[in-house]
Design a binder for this molecule. Structure first.
Ligand SMILES: Cc1cc2nc3c(=O)[nH]c(=O)nc-3n(C[C@H](O)[C@H](O)[C@H](O)COP(=O)(O)O)c2cc1C
Length: 326
């Protein structure tokens, strides 16, 4: 049984899986590996760095990949959108902010617009902007997000789109790391899934080995939504978002006392601690963005093994090999 959906049809891909544009860790190699495994890979442009983005499109070679930006940050350097569009991406994803100012340019370029949303209000805004795909991101997700849960946000957005924008496709994101998550998302009304954390622990992601080891060692209780990492890095996120990360020693030291990081001397000392450990891959002394799905992640194989396993398990579940007692 193959999992054919509107997503596989319209993007001409084999499996209804898109990889998350995880800022600076989802590079060209991971995106290309996901595409070659039958999904669609996205490069994570994050806050935006032209040299990094050029290099990662190059690393993807001839593979058909897309790219994702943090919308509020793109608004500060909009020329990066032209750089991405010049590489004829298979999709352009915008998350965290109003996609409206960029939508027309992306659509004029004939590139499918993917908008990640965290609330129903965001979904309404994205549909009105002409999104071709909306990603309903639950707060279980690794990295930045809101507080709604994937289990309720996905069907609620599906119901909204069925009336307001029936051609717009829907992906579920947040907590999806195995075939159970993929099967559940399809049953909730999604056309596919966007997967981050599970693919972060892979051969091809640009994650330090120490971060991946910490993810594998962690269970799903070991993450927290926190503003500590943004505060120490000096990223001024709009209200309503915080970042889910492992509860490392660094995060535990400052979570709940973020205001103390406003003191310039404290902030500078902690920024040094953060960046030194970050560059050394010392997970405990820095911030490691990852979602609740870490509790389902026990290894770091290739992206193609990860995707094949997720798809096979979902196909089995959806074709009746479930856990129901007859
Ligand atoms: C390390 C990391 C970095 C992320 N960076 C971004 C980003 O730069 N832009 C973005 O749209 N989403 C980012 N995300 C969120 C993903 O797009 C996605 O919503 C999330 O990974 C899905 O949940 P999961 O991690 O449980 O699969 C990031 C996620 C992780 C784990």
């Amino acid at each position: 049984m193959a999992l054919r959906t509107r997503l596989t049809q319209r993007f001409k891909i084999e499996h209804p899986i898109i990889s998350a544009p995880m800022g600076f860790v989802a590079g060209g190699r991971l995106a290309a590996a996901v595409t070659s495994a039958g999904g669609l890979g996205l490069i994570g442009a994050g806050y935006g760095d032209a040299a990094w983005l050029r290099r990662e499109f190059e690393a993807a070679g001839n593979a058909r990949v897309g790219c994702g930006f943090i919308t509020w940050s793109l608004a500060r350097q909009p020329e990066l959108l032209d750089l991405a569009l010049a590489h004829a991406p298979a999709a352009l994803m915008l998350s965290f902010g109003d996609p409206g100012p960029f939508a027309a340019k992306i659509k004029r370029a004939g590139v499918p617009l993917v908008c990640q949303v965290q609330t129903l209000a965001h979904a309404r805004q994205a549909a009105a902007a002409g999104a071709d795909v909306i990603v309903a991101e639950g707060g279980e997700a690794g990295g930045h997000g809101g507080t709604r849960a994937t289990l309720t946000l996905t069907p609620e957005v599906a119901d909204h789109l069925a009336v307001a924008a029936p051609d717009c496709m829907l992906l579920a994101a947040g907590g999806i790391a195995d075939g159970r998550g993929l099967a559940a998302a399809l049953l909730l009304g999604a056309d596919g899934v966007l997967i981050g954390s599970r693919l972060l622990a892979s051969v091809e992601a640009l994650a330090p080995a120490g971060f991946v080891a910490a993810m594998i060692a962690a269970d799903g209780d070991a993450t927290i939504q926190t503003k500590v990492i943004d505060r120490v890095r000096g990223y001024d996120w709009p209200p309503g978002f915080s970042g889910r990360a492992l509860k490392t020693r660094f995060v535990a030291d400052w979570h709940g006392r973020e205001d103390a990081l406003r003191d310039p001397a404290t902030k500078s000392a902690q920024a040094e601690r953060y960046w030194q450990a970050f560059l050394a891959g010392d997970a405990e002394e820095t911030g490691v963005f990852a979602g609740e799905a870490v509790g389902l992640i026990h290894d770091a194989p290739s992206a193609s093994r990860i995707i094949a396993k997720i798809v096979t398990q979902a196909e089995d579940l959806l074709s009746g090999a479930s856990n129901f007692i007859a």
